[in-house]
Write a protein that binds this ligand. Structure first.
Ligand code: SF4
Ligand code: SF4
Length: 183
């Protein structure tokens, strides 16, 4: 994609409302795009170094099933934290743990050679969603926003015709649906 002169790196600013890129109503299947952005992951792995990644107990069990992965050292803390349920409603909160960082490099414990994720097929929902996250709106709707603490350098404000927000939203819906099927 050729970026035009008006392209600007996405600036989170102070106004949290500006972070929302789209709203999805799962009952009516209505998608409302609120922000025109262009994003394509370059695989730079900055997010695998800078972010703290929550892992639910269900995700942990799936990682444990992988061959050649010793997950027993992967948790930063055995004290569960509470994170919002990742679909539709935040009334129900679930337990999660944090993935440990490697000493010195501070990379995620699961980051392998050539910046490849060693648990890619079963990586946590938070990693699949990044640099976006969800905010429950009402019972059947969710807002999709740029992650409030995004370190990603590859989100750009663009004109509508250059935007791939809709494609991003479709991909996120597919991640949510497959996550719900696994629950
Ligand atoms: S920081 Fe952004 S571009 Fe880099 S791997 Fe993460 S999501 Fe992809
Ligand atoms: S689990 Fe994989 S994708 Fe997620 S932060 Fe770690 S290395 Fe990156």
């Amino acid at each position: 994609m050729n970026m035009s002169k008006h392209q600007e790196k996405y600036d989170l600013g102070d106004d949290s409302e500006d972070e929302i890129i789209a709203s999805v109503n799962f009952e009516t299947e209505e998608i409302t795009v609120l922000k025109h952005i262009y994003f394509k992951c370059t695989g730079c792995a900055l997010c695998c170094i800078e972010n703290k990644i929550p892992v639910t107990e269900r995700e942990y069990a799936k990682i444990e099933e992988m061959e050649d992965i010793d997950v027993s050292y992967a948790l930063e803390s055995l004290s569960p934290i509470l994170i919002p349920q990742r679909v539709i409603s935040d009334s129900n909160r679930i337990k999660a743990y944090l993935i440990k960082k490697k000493p010195y490099s501070h990379e995620c414990y699961f980051l392998g050679d050539k910046k490849m994720c060693k648990i890619h097929p079963v990586k946590p929902f938070a990693c699949k969603m990044y640099p976006f996250s969800l905010r429950p709106d009402h019972d059947e709707a969710v807002k999709i926003l740029i992650h409030p603490e995004s370190v990603c350098q590859f989100i750009f404000d663009v004109k509508e015709e250059e935007s791939n927000t809709e494609a991003i939203v479709e991909e996120i819906i597919s991640i949510i649906n497959s996550n719900m099927k696994e629950m």
